[in-house]
Design a protein around this ligand. Sequence first.
Ligand SMILES: [Fe+2]
Ligand SMILES: [Fe+2]
Length: 171
Amino acid sequence: MLSKSIETALNKQVRIEAESSQIYLAMAIWAEVKGLEGISSFMYSQSDEEREHMLKLVKFINERGGQAHISELNAPNVKHKSYKEMFEKLLEHEIFVSESINELVHISLQEKDYATHNFLQWYVAEQIEEEAMARTILDKVKMIGDDKGGLYLFDRDIQQMTITSAAETPE
Ligand SMILES: [Fe+2]
Ligand SMILES: [Fe+2]
């Protein structure tokens, strides 16, 4: 059974995952209308993944005798100066999510809620992966700079990355 404070903290994370999904959806749209198809499909699949993260939390909260709460979401920022700036925001956002997960882990230990603590380990591992991926991508983006040919290849390669990561996602 979840305590009220754990339930509230988990529901806060439900909102963060939902907002993450919306942020990446907005990024997918930004890239799509610019003709950056690979980046766009990468962002669409990131958006789907964040929705999965949200659903996993929803199910857990309900299963443990709580009730998931679907709240109003902040509208994502839809303006990006460049695709580089967009990927910088993606990394920043993932770091923010990691901090939020860490805080949740901290609360679960404080309350001696080991079931929730155990459940959260999946998110801890996921955040390590997502941050690493965002850093790898950003390094590539910085290397490309203003090279149009480089952007063309990057847009093609990131599509491949989407396919591999989708295949590797354990559900
Ligand atoms: Fe997430
Ligand atoms: Fe994420």
